[in-house]
Write a protein that binds this ligand. Structure first.
Ligand SMILES: Cc1cc2nc3c(=O)[nH]c(=O)nc-3n(C[C@H](O)[C@H](O)[C@H](O)COP(=O)(O)OP(=O)(O)OC[C@H]3O[C@@H](n4cnc5c(N)ncnc54)[C@H](O)[C@@H]3O)c2cc1C
Length: 412
């Protein structure tokens, strides 16, 4: 059998697997295969600083010299076409193959395309990778009216960036609130007020019905009963996990490649992590696929440990952030089971947290410009040392007093 680890995908998860394998003492061959031409980079700035100023360059996750000095065979601009499980190798588009003993699928996700007419018109964009951001930036320069379809994180970050660049911006959202899948209603309302205050038009409960064009170029979006003029349209309505390499060899997928609590697929030599993986989430007790840098990176570390023979089940408090203009939104925990919430701080001053509870148990905190609450949540959410709703709402109660012991010790 071949030696070595092959990692498909050089995003946040894939490149962390390579780095963690070396940090954990793995000394076999490591091949990191990335379809993108850019050295692995931070994806979050794509909708923020990089979109505004691509000439300042990507924020590389590690310098080029790292891959050489850590004997990571990084293949950029290379797409894995198929997994040959019987032969223990991956085959590459354009020819060639790479053998593996262990395989990590970290293929991420791709933008969801809405089932509406004319999504193929010139001037319709998606944003997933650096190449998308460069294309989009070039059209931002000349566009007057930008229409963003989707009031989720990426759509709103883009909209804020477009306003900062002086564009006329309309955000079209099908549901009755912004970021509705992910944040508390108070946070949705606050960001609605912010975006309107920054000068964007926000149309809630306006499902996009069609994109209209003239001469092959977009001119408007039909949303609900409204026709919104558009020079460019950016679609941010969520993603579809890249599971096809796995399903082609019979691995199960259910909104992501199905893995166990060690991130192992039903094939004992193949792991899947990050945006493409559906894993048993220990805090909510059901299978989830989480799209965040933290999940991809922490799952990568878990896989590296398993490969070097020190397996531990995956258990990390999930957290996420979204920067919109100069406002920092940070989320920790999962609010799926929450049935009540209390606010700490002052919404009208733009600095507050929404503490969300399932019964009396704190399960998630959404913080707006209150980083200390977020950091505290990351320390305590996996411990018994949690505030009651009354303590959380009471600004005179010192939440730090709850930290009786370090998070790792509490977990053991
Ligand atoms: C614009 C934007 C802003 C974001 N902002 C935030 C944020 O503020 N905070 C946050 O926590 N998260 C944010 N995210 C989400 C975060 O970036 C993702 O959750 C994270 O990148 C997932 O890591 P991953 O390794 O699973 O996938 P990715 O980072 O997407 O990497 C997957 C890689 O696999 C490659 N690939 C796919 N198929 C193949 C193949 N067959 N062969 C070779 N390579 C392949 C892809 O090209 C890609 O490079 C943002 C995402 C985007 C797009």
């Amino acid at each position: 059998m071949a030696d070595g680890v092959v990692i498909i995908g050089g995003g946040h998860g894939g490149s962390q697997v390579a780095a963690s394998l070396r940090a954990d003492g793995y000394d076999g061959p490591v091949t990191l295969i990335s379809a993108e031409i850019d050295l692995p980079y931070q994806r979050p700035p794509l909708s923020k600083t990089y979109l505004k100023e691509p000439e300042r360059g990507l924020q590389e996750l590690r310098p080029a010299a790292f891959y050489e000095s850590h004997a990571v065979d990084l293949r950029l601009g290379t797409t894995v076409e198929a997994i040959d499980r019987a032969g223990g190798r991956v085959t590459l588009a354009g020819g060639g193959s790479v053998p593996y003993a262990k395989l990590v699928i970290a293929t991420g996700a791709r933008p969801r395309v809405p089932p509406i007419p004319s999504v193929e018109l010139d001037g319709v964009f998606y944003l997933r990778d650096a190449a998308d951001a460069r294309r989009l930036h070039d059209r931002f320069v000349t566009a007057e009216s930008v229409v963003v379809i989707g009031g989720g994180f990426i759509g709103l970050e883009l909209a804020a960036t477009a306003r900062m660049l002086g564009r006329t911006v309309t955000i079209i959202e099908a549901t009755d609130r912004l970021m509705g899948r992910s944040v508390a209603t108070e946070v949705s309302q606050h960001f609605l007020d912010l975006h309107r205050g920054w000068g964007a038009t926000v149309l809630l409960q306006h499902p996009a019905r069609a994109i209209l064009g003239e001469g092959g170029r977009v001119v408007a979006v039909e949303a609900g009963d409204t026709l919104v003029p558009a020079d460019i349209v950016v679609i941010g309505i969520g993603v579809v996990p890249n599971v096809e390499l796995a399903t082609a060899i019979g691995l199960a997928a259910d909104n992501g490649i199905v893995v166990d609590d060690h991130l192992l697929t039903s094939a004992p030599e193949i792991f899947a992590i990050g945006d493409c993986a559906s894993f048993p989430e220990p805090f909510v007790g059901r299978r989830l696929r989480l799209e965040s840098v933290q999940t991809a990176v922490d799952q990568a570390k878990t896989v590296a440990k398993a490969i070097v023979g020190k397996p531990e089940p995956y258990r990390s408090v999930p957290w996420f952030w979204s920067d919109q203009a100069d406002v920092k939104l940070q989320m920790v925990g999962l609010s799926l089971l929450a049935d009540r919430s209390v606010v700490r701080g002052a919404i009208e001053e733009g600095s507050f947290s929404v503490f969300q509870f399932a019964g009396d148990r704190l399960v998630a905190i959404d913080s707006v410009n209150r980083a200390a609450d977020h950091m505290l949540g990351r320390r305590i959410l996996d411990t018994p040392d949690l505030p009651t709703p009354e303590q959380a709402a009471d600004l005179s109660f010192d939440l730090k007093s709850l930290m009786k012991r370090p998070a790792m010790a509490a977990r053991a």
